[in-house]
Design a protein around this ligand. Sequence first.
Ligand SMILES: [Ca+2]
Ligand SMILES: [Ca+2]
Ligand SMILES: [Ca+2]
Length: 197
Amino acid sequence: MTVSIGLLCGTPAQAALTLISPGDPGVFQLGNSLYTIVPGPSWLNAEAQSQLLGAVGTEIAGHLVTINSQEENDFIYANFQNNYQWIGFTDQAVEGDWVWSSGQLVTYTNWNAGEPNNGFITPPQNYGAIVSSLGGKWDDGFSSVQVNGIAEIPYDGKTSPNGVPGPLPIAGFGAMLGFSRKLKARIEKQRMATYNA
Ligand SMILES: [Ca+2]
Ligand SMILES: [Ca+2]
Ligand SMILES: [Ca+2]
């Protein structure tokens, strides 16, 4: 479903988030985060798609996943087995300075042996991916790689960003199911796309 937050608050619309919930098809929860696949094909588009998602009751925009710990990496590896998928790690601004798109501090890395190698050619590899065929290790990939990403969306199930109970969902499960089917179709289409490590 799409909710205009500005409209609900009686102010000009500034953002529209598609809201997801624990238990929705393809949505997984770990602690105060929800995770789901977002379509690429590029890292930049997958990040943009992540920023269009929020959780029902919380309504804070997501990002490509920030992997903070071995526990979170194990969780992502266990639930998203699509081989090569974008995570929110990038050194696009300053070569070799890897940062999370969420702005969170780097507390954990899980690079595959020899990575990040920047690809050795131009344009360089500036975008992080988790690779299930490598046991959940990470690679830095080219912007031309066409794969999906994994989004992480803040969720506490109780409060909105200003600390008061969030608005009730204004669309039914049918609307959410329609959204999920469309998303699944797009993801399946892109799953056929090729990639290069
Ligand atoms: Ca995280
Ligand atoms: Ca790089
Ligand atoms: Ca690489």
